[in-house]
Design a protein around this ligand. Structure first.
Ligand code: HEC
Length: 102
């Protein structure tokens, strides 16, 4: 009986984490949308490339690069501030979310 309860508890936790991650994409992107557009269709502040249509891997490289300083143009300091507090999983889910915008 105890084992079954643990399994059920485990499944419940995994289940809620999964839905949190799914909700996270859109919630995380909200702060990006102000500059990049709701569908990532804008040149942020008239300066960035349009990231709509980018592959998740390319977005991930850019975001990780802003974080460690290895990527970016004249306004990379601004983007560093945007991604500095994101962890790897959040960057991955953001990249997937943006890729899904067409
Ligand atoms: C205050 C406006 C602003 C916000 C908010 C913002 N960005 Fe940006 N973003 C920019 C600018 C400006 C650039 C171009 C920076 C540079 O010179 O490299 C850029 C560049 C990028 C690039 C690379 C495009 C390129 O031109 O190489 C990606 C990907 C990106 N942003 C994703 C995001 C994500 C994801 C978020 C939310 C976590 C976000 N941005 C939030 C303004 C913003």
């Amino acid at each position: 009986m105890k084992t079954i309860n643990k399994v059920i508890l485990g499944l419940t936790i995994v289940g809620s984490l999964t839905s949190l991650a799914a909700a996270g994409d859109a919630a995380l992107f909200k702060k990006c949308a102000g500059c990049h557009g709701m569908n990532a269709e804008k040149k942020a502040l008239g300066k960035s490339q349009v990231i709509q249509g980018w592959k998740a891997s390319k977005i991930e490289t850019a975001l990780n690069g802003y974080k460690d300083g290895s990527y970016g143009g004249p306004m990379k300091a601004l983007m560093k501030g945007q991604v500095a507090t994101l962890n790897e999983a959040q960057i991955k889910s953001l990249a997937k979310y943006i890729e899904s915008k067409k």
